[in-house]
Ligand binder design. Sequence first.
Ligand SMILES: Nc1ncnc2c1ncn2[C@@H]1O[C@H](COP(=O)(O)OP(=O)(O)OP(=O)(O)O)[C@@H](O)[C@H]1O
Ligand SMILES: [Mg+2]
Length: 773
Amino acid sequence: MLGKLQAARANRSMAGERRIVTVLFCDVKGSTAIAEQLDPEEWAEIMNGVFQYLIEPVYRYEGTLARLMGDAILAFFGAPIAHEDDPQRAVLAGLGILEGIRPYREKIKRERGFDFDVRVGINTGLVVVGEVGSDLRVEYTAMGDAVNLASRMEQSAQPGTVQIPGYTYKSVSNLFEFESLGGIEVKGKAEPVDAYRVLAVREGAVPTRGIEGLTSPLVGRERELDTLRSRVEELVAGRGQVVSLTGEAGLGKSRLIAELRKLSGSTPVRWHEGRSLSYESSIPYAPFIDLFDGMFGLRGDDTDAQKYEKIMAGIAAVMPGRESEIAPYIATLSGIKLTGDADESVKYLEPPSLRGRTFHAVGALVEAMSSREPLVLMFEDLHWVDPTSLALIEQLLPLTEQGMLMLLALFRPQAQDPSWRFHEIATRDYSHRYTQVALEPLDETKSRELVANLLEIEDLPEKVRALILRKAEGNPFFVEEVIRSLLDAKLVIREGDHWRATREIENIAVPDTLAGVITARLDRLDDEAKHVAQTASVIGREFGYDVLGDVYEMPQVLGSSMSSLQRRELVREKSHVPNRVYLFKHVLTQETAYASVLLSKRRELHLRVGECLERREPERVNDLARHFIEAREETRALPFLVEAGDRAARAGSRDEAIGYYRKALDIARSAANLGMARRAYEGLGKALEFAMDVPGALQTYGEMRGYAEEQGDVQMQVSALNKASYVNAFMLGQLDLAKEQLDTSERMAHEHEDNAGLAEMFTVRCGICTMTV
Ligand SMILES: Nc1ncnc2c1ncn2[C@@H]1O[C@H](COP(=O)(O)OP(=O)(O)OP(=O)(O)O)[C@@H](O)[C@H]1O
Ligand SMILES: [Mg+2]
């Protein structure tokens, strides 16, 4: 029982998380004044009516309703489940609220004679989410400055509008129409915060990648492009094709197709594209709606009658005389309201037969089109496809046997996703005309080329370039985002035609855009597997199964969780014997998982990892030092730091050695650990000597002597003098000064019977003698 309780508690403490969340506040404006004039019951009635309009759009875009207040709501996008496009979803929900409530407002105005309006404020940022409260009542909530700013955005918004700050604006700027509102005062912030009013969805906008102003020609991918081109040529020659282009997020699927289309500009191919959106995977026919919009030139501001006319005309062009047979189904699928005969032909159909006939109609249209000219139907982002569309695409597959049809699907390969079926069926039934092009990360040379192209001038400090490459691991999107975050944080700036790092950059936080993509993947794991990933991330990018087993709170579920992490390709096995060792596939995945762990929990886990390594693998001194430092157990880290310094020095890694010794010195001095302080001083001095940093070495020995004097440690003073004298004599040729120091050290060593010190003193003195004879 006790064990169970502890496990539950441990689990609970993991339930709190650090996350990037988009927070939405919405309230009913002027409610207090209106409420005063009304009977409370009447007011409650109106508000009850309001809430559904506030809540429905939140759910439509898969947000979480965190709180219902008297006349307001608070919703999160990104917690507990992240999507890679949470800011976009929140803004869409905000616009959806304004739009949805309009008829109700008008009704209240008509019936009761007064007006109200809602306003929406949105902001994205780091928060801590989790359950707060006591045993009596808990609530899922988010805390952090980001929440306050969202609330401030709402309070300063005009009724009937959605308002967002500059930071959120950046991530959605190409998807909506905006009006800039300038700076807005926010309590607790010195600088005014830029604010924007969202006016509308931008017509035809699709999520795009890349950094404004920085572009690169296509790097590499010659083979893949060749394959795709030859498939298009085959198609033109009349042979139907089934093609999939797969690769993880950001490897360049969409880009490759854009290049292919540029290259085949003059080829006589009709090309239509249907996109699935992450928040539309439960909307039937979503990619086909998009496809037909493009095919028939339907516009958002067309009336239903105009749209229907366009569809009729489009179909008549390829299937003369059959348009009124096909068009009603295409229109219904697209959500267009029909009238007259067209309406009659669909309105009495039961759903299954409507579906059957719709499939049939689409099939007939595609068949007709592809018998006239080569036709490519491309399904972009098929990993977000809705089940109905997937079934319809499956039904189109046989048409590739007859006409000049290419079905081309782009998706991220996840065997658990429905979209994987496309690949399976194509492999099984269409292997004779199926091509899978699978994108892999770019290699080191190509990645370098990409960085150089994006930043144009190849004089980025090597350290910064290495950092970008290390983080991005060959993923072009990651390359762009890492560069973007360096530019945004002004860590790298442009001066004339050069790029300069403004300060030493050791590491950077995972860019928010990437955190979104990666967190979304982590959130798809079940709770246990996710906790395992978080715990493992504290150990490091590489982690041993045995260490994880010691550290993880519920070792009994570890096996199955590890399998699901591998199945989802977040982690892979690095070696099996003698020990099972795993590796996070991307360093950014590890860093994102780590960033989500609460600071307090991190410390606790680092301590456990440190203690476990101390028992199991005491030779891993670097890791031990790191874990104890992160656990804020500095004194326990100390011996490992010094040892790590010694090892680095022996291996000739001077900079690392210097880093370890300096860190060790700080700790040793504040803990008054004289033995360790002496080793660290000596190590540091030597490392600086090897680095030919003579002034640095002398300064170190000077400090060492001062510190030793202060602490009354004669042997340390003797050692400092001997070493300084060595430097003075052999590196600077200052023989007189060196001898003077040796005289002092000799006297002190004699007085305190420090034989080791004497021996060292004589060695240096002999060296000087030999030099001067
Ligand atoms: N080979 C390449 N050379 C230069 N830039 C590239 C290359 N591949 C991709 N990019 C750039 O990297 C970014 C990501 O590429 P893209 O959007 O095509 O990825 P994707 O595979 O479609 O990702 P997702 O699964 O998220 O849709 C884009 O800005 C693109 O222009
Ligand atoms: Mg893409």
